[in-house]
Write a protein that binds this ligand. Structure first.
Ligand SMILES: NC(=O)c1ccc[n+]([C@@H]2O[C@H](COP(=O)([O-])OP(=O)(O)OC[C@H]3O[C@@H](n4cnc5c(N)ncnc54)[C@H](O)[C@@H]3O)[C@@H](O)[C@H]2O)c1
Length: 275
C-alpha cells in the first residue's frame, strides 16, 4: 500500500502534545515511544528523573520533540510545575496518559495507615491531580483525551497487595466520571486495564522459570503481555480513531480474566468429554 497523507497520520496524533506519567517505567516508556512513532510531541514525566531523561533522549535522537520532566504526581505543586514546563517546551497538552503507579505487598489486617495512604496518594489521587492540571488546557481549547492505566485488579480483588486493587477500582470510576463531566467540553476519558505484563514492577515474578511458565499458562493466549500490548491500546484510545469512545474500560489481558468458570470442576463438561 502506498502512504497517503491520511494513512501517514491515520491516528491523527501527529503534532499533538502527549503527556505520559511514569514514563521512566516499562508501560509508560512504551506508551511514550508509541506516541512518538505516531508523530506526537511527547512529555515524559517520572519521579525517577534519570529514567525519564534516558527515554526522552532516545526519542529525541530519532527526531521526536520530547521533554523529560521530574515530577511527583502525588504532589500538586510538582504537577503544576511540570505542566508549566511542558507547556513552555511543547505547547498546551492534548493528551494525558495517566500511568505512574506502584505496587507493594501488604495484608489488610495489618496494613499500616501510612502504607494505605501512600498507595492511594500516587495510584489514585495522583491520577486526579494530573487530570485536573493537564485537563485545564483541554477544557479551555475544547479538545483532548485522557487515558488512565488501571488494572484487571480494578474488578478482581488482588489479595495481599494493600490498597492496590482499591486504587485501581477508584481509577476506573474516576475515568468514567471525567467522561461524564468533560464530554460536553470535547474531552474524552477512558481506561486501559492491563493483565499480566512483564515490566520492572512485576519483574520479581518472572525470576524463576517455573513461576514465569505457570503465569504464561494461565493466559488463554498463551503468553505474558508486553508493555507494547498496553501502549497500543492506550494510543488508540487517545487517537481520533476512538473519537466516539468515552467512559470505557478496555481490558488488555490476553483473556486471563475470562478463565474463572473453566477452573470449576464439572464432570462431563471438559474438552475431552464433549468431543
Ligand atoms: N506490570 C503489570 O503487570 C501491570 C498490570 C496492571 C497494571 N499496571 C499498571 O501500569 C502502570 C505502569 O506500571 P509498570 O508495570 O510500567 O511499572 P514500572 O515500575 O515499570 O513503572 C512505573 C513508573 O512510575 C513511576 N512512579 C511511581 N510513583 C511515581 C510518582 N509518585 N510520581 C511520578 N512517577 C512515579 C516510577 O518511577 C516508574 O518509572 C501502573 O499504574 C501499574 O499499576 C501494571
Amino acid at each position: 500500500m502506498t502512504d497517503t497523507p491520511e494513512t501517514v497520520n491515520w491516528l491523527g496524533l501527529s503534532g499533538r502534545v502527549c503527556v505520559v506519567t511514569g514514563a521512566g517505567g516499562g508501560i509508560g516508556g512504551a506508551i511514550a515511544a508509541t506516541f512518538a512513532a505516531a508523530g506526537a510531541a511527547v512529555a515524559l514525566l517520572d519521579k525517577n528523573e534519570a529514567a525519564c531523561r534516558a527515554a526522552a533522549d532516545a526519542l529525541a535522537a530519532r527526531g521526536t520533540r520530547a521533554v523529560a520532566v521530574a515530577c511527583d504526581t502525588a504532589d500538586p505543586a510538582s504537577v503544576d510545575a511540570a505542566c508549566a514546563r511542558v507547556t513552555a517546551a511543547l505547547g498546551p497538552c492534548d493528551v494525558l496518559a495517566n500511568n505512574a503507579g506502584f505496587l507493594s505487598p501488604g495484608a489488610l489486617a495489618s496494613l499500616p495507615l501510612e502504607a494505605w495512604n501512600a498507595n492511594i496518594a500516587v495510584n489514585l489521587t495522583g491520577y486526579f491531580i494530573c487530570a485536573q492540571v493537564f485537563g485545564r488546557a483541554m477544557l479551555e481549547r475544547k479538545r483532548g483525551a485522557l487515558v488512565h492505566v488501571a488494572s484487571i485488579a480494578a474488578t478482581n480483588p488482588q489479595p495481599w497487595s494493600g490498597a492496590y486493587s482499591v486504587t485501581k477500582a477508584g481509577v476506573a470510576m474516576l475515568s468514567r466520571q471525567l467522561a461524564a463531566e468533560w464530554g460536553a467540553s470535547g474531552v474524552r476519558s477512558n481506561a486501559v486495564s492491563p493483565g499480566l505484563i512483564r515490566t520492572p514492577m512485576s519483574e520479581a515474578f518472572y525470576q524463576h522459570e517455573d513461576t514465569a511458565r505457570r503465569r504464561a499458562e494461565l493466559v488463554p493466549t498463551g503468553r505474558v503481555g508486553t508493555p507494547q500490548d498496553i501502549a497500543d491500546a492506550v494510543v488508540w484510545l487517545a487517537s481520533d480513531r476512538a473519537a466516539y469512545i468515552s467512559g470505557e474500560e478496555v481490558i488488555v489481558d490476553g483473556g486471563v480474566t475470562q478463565t474463572l468458570m473453566g477452573m470449576i470442576p464439572r464432570p462431563g463438561f471438559t474438552q475431552a468429554s464433549t468431543r
